[in-house]
Design a protein around this ligand. Sequence first.
Ligand SMILES: NC(=O)c1ccc[n+]([C@@H]2O[C@H](COP(=O)([O-])OP(=O)(O)OC[C@H]3O[C@@H](n4cnc5c(N)ncnc54)[C@H](OP(=O)(O)O)[C@@H]3O)[C@@H](O)[C@H]2O)c1
Length: 293
Amino acid sequence: MDISHQITGHTKVIGVIGSPISHSRSPQMHNAAISKACLDYVYVPFHVEVDAIKDAINGFRALDVVGINVTIPHKQLVMPFLTSISREAELIGAVNTLTFSDGEIHGENTDAPGFIKAMEEAGASPPKGKDVVVIGAGGSARAIVVALTLTGAKKVTIANRTEAKAIALAEDLSDKINKNNETDGNITQLIGMGLTDARLSYAVSECTLLVNTTSATMDNTHPLLIDENWIQSSTTVYDIVYTPPMTTLLIAASNRGCAVVGGIGMLVHQGAIAFERWTGVKPCVDTMRAALA
Ligand SMILES: NC(=O)c1ccc[n+]([C@@H]2O[C@H](COP(=O)([O-])OP(=O)(O)OC[C@H]3O[C@@H](n4cnc5c(N)ncnc54)[C@H](OP(=O)(O)O)[C@@H]3O)[C@@H](O)[C@H]2O)c1
């Protein structure tokens, strides 16, 4: 292990909680960025069981910990203990980043801006005014649909194996975001459907951006969830799965001439946004990416 700086009484602590936590690659990514920026911080993984979450949060506050990432299964469970929460995180219904300051605990969700930032970095055009198809309706899909809606996408079609979850997600966010007119008059049309819905082929063939948020593409022997012939070469195809870095969906899309974006960028940028929040320093994202590799 590369401990390239001495831990002293001045060293500030940041970290991540989850259960399990030993698989997390966030410590490698953040500690590499800390070393690169020559900061006196250390990023520590903490295994916290569900019934210890309140004690853990109080402990972090007492120990003057600067910030904590939150992963499964705590992303919703920590919310009652926060003193403030960003609007994005409120809409997503989950936080992944806590910042402790003067006894206050602020919660936010950096998956949504991380998703957008990675797309910009890859040179894809922003979703404002565009038609988008999102495959999947789980936790990450919710963060991504919030990001797409708040950045002014024209239409977002959510297609999921369990149709009812896609419809519920579309209706819930439509109610919460569009009815409050939170997007400067941009109303995003949100439609939920099943993967076998006859309207899906048209939505895919017409969209500017197609996003996979399902874990199905982690398995490269799993059949594609949509017919690759529906995908036009002008469509950008974004798969948020990062293991493998080139999923079967991205390979098929690339073979059709599409621009493709893998999930590593989102993983790096959600971390980079948290890092900057805690330290006030923009981290080197190339260092973070290399540490993950
Ligand atoms: N790049 C990043 O930074 C980043 C961030 C977050 C997540 N991710 C990745 O995104 C993936 C999903 O995460 P999540 O938190 O959204 O998970 P989740 O809440 O459990 O949702 C899983 C989604 O995948 C669908 N699904 C799973 N297996 C399927 C199959 N065989 N066929 C069709 N649909 C299937 C589920 O459909 P049903 O509703 O029908 O079950 C559901 O929509 C994971 O691989 C995760 O590693 C990446």
